[in-house]
Design a protein around this ligand. Structure first.
Ligand code: BJW
Ligand code: ZN
Length: 243
């Protein structure tokens, strides 16, 4: 493991362009539950079952209870050493893009700048009638929050299953993946598309792909380097004593 970390660190120091893909695992040590596996349950529901347009259409009040619970939880937690280390890495490499599937906003709080939140942000709401997007940090918005302009029902400004990602954000993520010299893939089960294809794009264009996760994923056999362990332990080691 120490050798692999040293090898990866050497590649990062040499790299002109670094892309990082993060998933729920990077926020697990902050106390934010992941989607799959243990902790991926809210009441009797699997989290990913509620993250659909069908679930919202069938019962928007239930969906909002789920999102209010998550907003309150995220409001009470802090970013962790892995988020912080990525913000530091951004300052060290010439071109850096952080692609996050997370909606929790912890990368922003930790100071990351060139960030693509490809599944949206839980602190943003969008009107289902007029489409207006607003930021609202009130943890609990009630079960039927309304648009200030048109009184339409608001929904979380996140990307649910079956919904398209924002075109420009997706293009920017693909561009960063295809042009990077090194891609780090941190704390994602690598099962959700199109994110799971970003490391594949990176590697097909010649990048070194390194995965950091507490367990193996479908990506592991494909990655050049797999570091098994907690993001909060491993990512800071990549930026410590840089030279
Ligand atoms: C640690 C750790 C520690 C723990 N340290 N590690 C092609 C083939 C098949 C299906 C599709 C396809 N293309 C599209 C689809 C459909 C679908 C999809 O991918 N389905 C698959 C599940 C089969 N994709 C979509 O619908 C996407 N839209 C799209 O492609 O539009 C075009 C289209 C539409 C319809 C058909 C075809 C094309 C949109 C996907 C949106 C995903 N949305 C969610 C919810 C966001 C809002 C919210 O948060 O409420 O995004 S679902 C959920 O999964 C969330 C996450 O961002 C995402 C990924 O999960 P993630 O981050 O990987 O978390 P986990 O829990 O799965 O894994 C955590 C990992 O951390 C684990 O590996 C742990 O081991 C690890 N870990 N602690 C390091 N301390
Ligand atoms: Zn509106």
């Amino acid at each position: 493991m120490d050798n692999e970390i040293a090898r990866l660190k050497g590649a990062l120091i040499e790299a002109q362009r670094v892309a990082v893909l993060t998933g729920a695992g990077i926020s697990a040590e902050s106390g934010v539950p992941t989607f799959r596996g243990e902790g991926g349950l809210w009441r009797k529901y699997r989290s990913q079952e509620l993250a659909t347009p069908e679930a919202f259409a069938a019962n928007p009040g239930l969906a909002w209870e789920f999102y209010n619970w998550r907003r309150s939880l995220i409001n009470d937690v802090e970013y962790n050493p892995a988020h912080k280390a990525l913000a530091e890495l951004e300052e060290k490499v010439p071109r850096f893009t952080l692609i996050s599937q997370n909606v929790d906003g912890l990368h922003l709080r930790a100071g990351s700048k060139n960030l693509l939140e490809i599944h949206g942000n839980i602190w943003k709401v969008r009107c289902t009638r007029c489409g207006k997007i607003a930021v609202d940090f009130t943890p609990d918005l009630g079960t039927s929050p309304r648009c200030k302009d048109c009184k339409g029902l608001l929904r979380p400004h996140v990307v649910w299953f079956g919904e398209n990602l924002d075109h420009d954000i997706l293009q920017a993520a693909l561009d960063a993946s295809m042009k990077c010299d090194v891609m780090l893939v941190i704390g994602t089960s690598a099962m959700v598309q199109p994110s799971a294809s970003f490391p594949v794009e990176a590697k097909s264009k010649g990048a070194l792909v390194a995965e950091i996760n507490i367990e193996s994923t479908p990506l592991s056999s494909y990655a050049d380097i797999t570091l098994l362990g907690k993001a909060g332990d491993i990512v800071p080691r990549l930026v410590d004593n840089w030279h």
